[in-house]
Write a protein that binds this ligand. Structure first.
Ligand SMILES: Cc1cc2nc3c(=O)[nH]c(=O)nc-3n(C[C@H](O)[C@H](O)[C@H](O)COP(=O)(O)OP(=O)(O)OC[C@H]3O[C@@H](n4cnc5c(N)ncnc54)[C@H](O)[C@@H]3O)c2cc1C
Length: 417
């Protein structure tokens, strides 16, 4: 199928969505939520049992497979990977159309697989790795998590200490990762490990693609303040993998990590948010009468304006991307703006609902917002904390003096950690 214009594509996509058997979101259509109708879930992180979360992921994977097979699952990817080679505007148009349908929600593990790890393998993987993983990931057949952070290495990721030691044609991995989103449901992990402690920290790391069902790997879910267990600790006890599962060159793990993190910050510029949407916020304002309160309606206007500015910035970034201009450090600004928009919604909702935010009275669309409010702070940290984004903006965009550092020349094993 060839689509000549964006409008023709939009019409074809809408027809396909109508025929795909997925129910429309609401009677109002076009994804506009109707107060009191359907689910009132606005959670940032799921609070589900293991079985329920697995079932959710299975449904989402099935939907991803359906889209991929129909040519809508990887629109901007080249045809050789099962994509359509279209520009990001087409992707945006499809996402906008899809929003009118109840496709089962979202899960961070699917986003990590599709938007972070698959593109990293495309850029830095061998021909065999691209062949083995990309279609499997883009079609949702297998999922992959990001095994980067450790108890002693988060913002300063390059100080990580999980060791991978060469043994013939294999590598033997020992250590601990933490905050690994979705590891309990992933088949694979992109792991960054220390392979040479005798050189400065940024130089002695190597990346690997690790199957998570190997002997010696233990995944332990961590409970969050918003209720769920969306991330995990992952322990490696002498786990053996072949050298063919190395991603990139030995000693170039930092380059691989930066590539994945670059995709992560780029993905944050998207307007498709997690948690409660601006339309749901407006719905809440109407229900509570906050839109008729002189102070609260100002606050609501700020939420709506910030959202609109986010859409404009996103369109601008997508145009730049179409011209082949990478987002670079602007991704840090976009990530902070995205989190700030979600916090704006939290603040408005807390003011509009008052005690109803914390009292589970069974009333539709009120207590449920607690999951948004409690989940948002996690995104001030995930993918690089606010302070780290500010450092990037200061150094790379404003060209302010860099933080003083001694770790460029000292061997990792001798550096202070
Ligand atoms: C929701 C969520 C999902 C996540 N998912 C994953 C995942 O899938 N895989 C993964 O590997 N990791 C994941 N993480 C971990 C995340 O990448 C780290 O939490 C993050 O990098 C911060 O590291 P840290 O928690 O060790 O905090 P620290 O680095 O210890 O930071 C503590 C505080 O010090 C500040 N700080 C640190 N260094 C500086 C500096 N140089 N200048 C100024 N301030 C500084 C920080 O901003 C922060 O406020 C996730 C985290 C969250 C919250």
């Amino acid at each position: 199928m060839r689509d000549h214009t964006l409008e023709e594509f939009r019409t074809a996509a809408r027809d396909w969505l109508d025929r795909s058997g997925v129910p429309r979101c609401s009677a109002a259509g076009a994804g506009v939520p109707v107060w009191g109708e359907g689910s009132d879930d606005v959670s940032v992180f799921h609070d589900l049992s293991f079985e329920a979360e697995k079932a959710l992921l299975d449904r989402l994977r099935e939907w991803q497979r359906t889209k991929f097979e129909a040519g809508y699952g990887a629109l901007t990817w080249p045809e050789e990977f099962g994509g359509r080679g279209l520009t990001p505007e087409f992707e945006d148009a499809f996402v906008a159309e899809e929003r009118a349908f109840d496709t089962g929600g979202a899960h961070e593990l699917l986003s990590v697989t599709l938007h972070l790890i698959a593109p990293t393998i495309r850029l830095l993987g061998t021909a065999e790795q691209r062949q083995r993983f990309i279609e499997s990931f883009l079609s949702g057949r297998e999922l992959a998590c990001q095994l980067f952070s450790e108890p002693g290495a988060g913002s300063d990721l390059a100080s990580l200490g999980t060791r991978a030691v060469r043994d013939g044609d294999d590598w033997v991995i020992s250590g601990q990762k933490v905050w690994t989103s979705g590891a309990q449901f992933a088949q694979w992990g992109e792991l960054i490990a220390r392979t040479d402690p005798g050189v400065p920290k940024h130089q002695g790391m190597t990346a690997f693609l690790v199957p998570l069902d190997l002997p010696g790997i233990e995944v332990r879910p961590l409970r969050q303040m918003s209720g769920g267990t969306s991330f995990n600790e992952v322990f490696f006890d002498e786990v053996r993998i072949p050298d063919s599962q190395r991603l990139g060159n030995v000693g170039e793990g930092w380059k691989v990590a930066l590539t994945t993190l670059g995709f992560e910050r780029g993905a944050s510029s998207s307007t498709a948010g997690v948690g409660g949407s601006v339309l749901q916020t407006v719905g809440l304002a109407g229900f509570t009468g906050a839109d008729r309160d002189p102070v609260l309606r100002q606050q609501l206007a700020e939420v709506v304006i910030a959202h609109r500015l986010g859409e404009i910035a996103h369109a601008r970034d997508e145009h730049a991307r179409t011209r082949g201009e990478p987002l670079g450090a602007v991704g840090s600004i976009r990530k902070m703006q995205w989190v700030s928009r979600m916090r704006g919604i939290s603040d408005f909702v807390a003011a509009a609902l008052g005690p109803r935010l914390v009292v589970d009275s069974g009333e539709w669309g009120t207590f449920a917002w607690g999951r948004h409010v409690l989940g948002v702070p996690g995104y001030r940290i995930a993918g690089g904390s606010d302070e780290i984004q500010r450092n990037i903006i200061a150094e790379r965009l404003l060209e302010l003096p860099a933080e003083p550092r001694t770790d460029r020349t000292t061997a990792w094993r001798e550096s202070r950690r």
